[in-house]
Ligand binder design. Structure first.
Ligand SMILES: [Zn+2]
Length: 258
């Protein structure tokens, strides 16, 4: 390598590091802006709930505090995982091994939040394919969700934000929204953000109508338990930026109503 190439490599590394720090900062500032300036306080409802998570960890990151608070009060909470998470593993192991490993992590994390094994459901769709599900296969998936809603009759449902900046997350919102409409049931929908702040702030997509529905839930009393549940996901946590994770350890969770 020539000295010119070496200098260029150092410049590229600095660009990556500065870019990551900038993203950590803007992501946290956007979150703070909504928590402090744009959201209304949310009182924990006594309604039973189903949390729909695209991957094993979204439920704990986005709603771990809400789940723990509800379970502390004996309120029923079911958690449904949409995909098998097969592509989300740092050391690319054999597919079945990855799927089983992620399931085990999810069960341990949810047990820590007070959710029993019998309340955890895996729909086992292939990771990364939810948005491609069309026609009959999409309708089959929607019908599975409708059945779950009818069997459980939840008062409220938690889904990733409809603009969550990730195809599986936005597809989960669409599928669950469609299923609720087809069920004809009256269920309150709460959207939890995961990736929404993790983008170029200039292309940040939350506008007036979205922000009007922003609520913050204080989870201070169960923060340690949420932290413990997040740490369970050792196949995921080391691969996520500390800046990205920072807001999930905050004393508030954000939810968006429609
Ligand atoms: Zn996810």
């Amino acid at each position: 390598m020539t000295s010119k190439q070496r200098v260029q490599e150092i410049i590229n590394r600095i660009k990556v590091i500065v870019g990551l720090h900038l993203r950590n900062l803007t992501s946290y500032l956007l979150f703070l802006w909504i928590v402090v300036g744009k959201s209304k306080p949310l009182t924990l409802s006594q309604k039973s709930a189903i949390v729909f998570a695209p991957h094993q960890d979204d439920e704990t990151l986005g709603c771990g505090g809400a789940i723990a608070l509800k379970r502390q009060q004996g309120i029923p909470v079911k958690v449904v995982f949409m995909t098998d998470g097969r592509y989300g593993f740092l050391d690319r192991k054999e597919t079945t091994e990855v799927i089983n490993f992620r399931k085990k992590e999810a069960i341990i994390a949810l047990n820590a939040l007070g959710v029993a094994d019998s309340e955890i459901i895996f729909l086992d769709q292939i990771d990364g394919t939810l948005a491609n599900s069309i026609g009959e296969s999409r309708q089959n998936l929607v019908e599975q969700i409708v059945q779950l809603l009818q069997q459980t009759a939840p008062g409220e449902v938690y889904v990733p934000h409809r603009k969550d900046f990730h195809a599986d997350h936005e597809a989960t919102y669409d599928l669950v929204r469609t299923a609720i409409a087809q069920s004809g049931m009256q269920i309150e929908l709460l959207q939890y953000p995961i990736w929404i702040f993790w983008q170029n702030p200039l292309s940040f997509q939350l506008q007036g109508r979205d922000l009007d529905g922003a609520y913050r839930l204080s989870i201070n009393s169960v923060r340690d338990r949420k932290h413990q549940a997040i740490e369970t996901y050792q196949s995921q946590i080391p691969g996520l930026s500390r800046g990205f994770l920072q807001r999930f350890f905050s004393p508030y969770e954000l939810f968006f109503k429609e």
